[in-house]
Unconditional design. Structure first.
Length: 417
């Protein structure tokens, strides 16, 4: 259903959250719909991939970790390559190609006869996913402008979170069945979701492309030589450690070092999803201005530091108080995540050379991919094994990332040229 076919009685909530200029844009509906459908498949694969390798192919934890690390390294490379391609090929064709790559990889996982084939499939899956993320960011950056650009990115973030949440719930079915056949069937369903998303993405209009900038992009300098942008991308990657903190360090910390029952981990993850879905669009407003975005990134760094220290405090509290402190920490962390993500998107577009939007988004997403690959190990060593001093170190890291990003924006708020 496109925006113009929404019944009038159902438009009040839609109107409040989606600017009319976005609703009317021909690229908006297919982009959001494709993202929603592929996120369902993503939710299934995120939950089941590591377990599939371990259960179906009897891989040891160290082997599973090596496979996922190799896949992450492939994702770094494809993020950067996809950015270059997005400046030369129509994004409305490149995005469906990435989604098809993910569909094929998931189908291969469903049919893989052994660990080697599954490893190759996992690498193709992660590589296609990272490439698709870069292309999607490029589509947003080249198709929309001004406040609509960040609003569209925020709406996609909400869509991704909601879709992954539903897909993760669906993954509970094969987990409950607990057989290799159930796992394979789930990957087949996920592959079908990506195939449908690819078909929907073919509906992107011809204007959703940066390919016309090819000759100018070829004449432009490499984004890796843009010190301001590379510095921002590195600082943003540091702030992105917060995802690993919430998804890896916090569950391990709560279970191993606090009185909080393990059953609270899942509700805290749900709380994060609720905060993102309800606040992301609203708190993204104004971040198309780099000065405002820099100020908000500094605020996000401070809030994330407060959350880190609060997580540390859970270990010192008795059961009931520990539960309350954990909920407070999760809430502060989630709000900081929302603000920091919005600020990062705004700066990622404002600082980019718009004639090389794909290449610049490739740099940003490549740095994010590196962060995703190394952050779990870093935060585990610092926070889970290091205890309170490690949490203090993480707090300092977040403050540093936010403060330096703000200084970067105050020195020069003009887009790169």
């Amino acid at each position: 259903m496109n925006a113009t076919s929404i019944p009038l009685r159902g438009r009040s909530r839609w109107d409040r959250h989606v600017p009319s200029s976005l609703r009317r844009h021909p690229a908006f509906a297919p982009l959001v719909t494709a993202t929603a459908v592929n996120s369902l498949g993503r939710g299934i694969s995120v939950v089941l991939l590591a377990l599939h390798l371990a259960f179906t192919f009897d891989a040891r934890p160290a082997v599973v970790g090596a496979v996922l690390t190799a896949a992450g390294a492939i994702g770094v490379a494809t993020s950067i390559l996809a950015g270059r391609l997005a400046d030369r090929l129509p994004s409305r064709r490149l995005l469906p190609a990435c989604l098809v790559g993910e569909a094929v990889a998931l189908a291969a996982l469903a049919l893989s006869p052994g660990l080697v084939a599954a490893t190759i499939s996992a690498c193709v899956l992660t590589g296609s996913n990272r490439a698709g993320s870069t292309v999607r960011s490029t589509v947003v950056g080249t198709t929309f402008s001004g406040p609509d650009r960040v609003s569209a990115r925020a709406i996609l973030r909400v869509t991704v979170n909601a879709g992954i949440a539903v897909g993760s719930l669906a993954a509970a079915i094969p987990l409950a069945i607990g057989t290799a056949s159930a796992f394979r069937a789930a990957f087949a369903v996920a592959a079908a979701a990506y195939a449908v998303a690819a078909m929907v993405a073919l509906g992107l209009p011809a204007g959703a492309s940066n390919a016309g900038a090819v000759t100018r992009a070829q004449r432009g300098g490499s984004p890796w030589r843009d010190r301001r942008y590379v510095t921002f991308a590195a600082l943003n990657a540091l702030f992105m450690f917060q995802f690993a903190v919430y998804e890896v360090a916090v569950p391990l910390w709560l279970v191993d070092h606090t009185e909080v029952p393990a059953a609270l981990v899942s509700p805290l993850l749900v709380l994060n999803t609720i905060v993102v879905v309800t606040l992301q669009v609203r708190l993204s407003r104004g971040t198309d201005d780099p000065v405002i975005a820099g100020r908000l990134m500094a605020r996000a760094g401070l809030l994330m530091a407060i959350a880190s220290l609060t997580w540390a405090a859970v270990a010192e509290a008795p059961l009931l108080l520990a539960v309350v402190i954990a909920v407070v920490a999760a809430s502060v962390h989630s709000v900081a995540e929302v603000i920091g993500s919005a600020a990062g998107w705004g700066l990622g577009y404002a600082f980019a050379d718009h004639e090389q939007m794909g290449a610049y988004q490739g740099v940003l997403n490549g740095c994010t991919a590196v962060s995703s690959m190394i952050a779990p190990a870093v935060v585990t060593v610092l926070a889970v094994e290091g205890g309170t001093p490690g949490w203090v170190a993480l707090a300092a890291l977040f403050v540093l990332a936010g403060t330096l990003t703000r200084r970067l924006t105050t020195r020069s708020a003009a887009p790169a040229s």
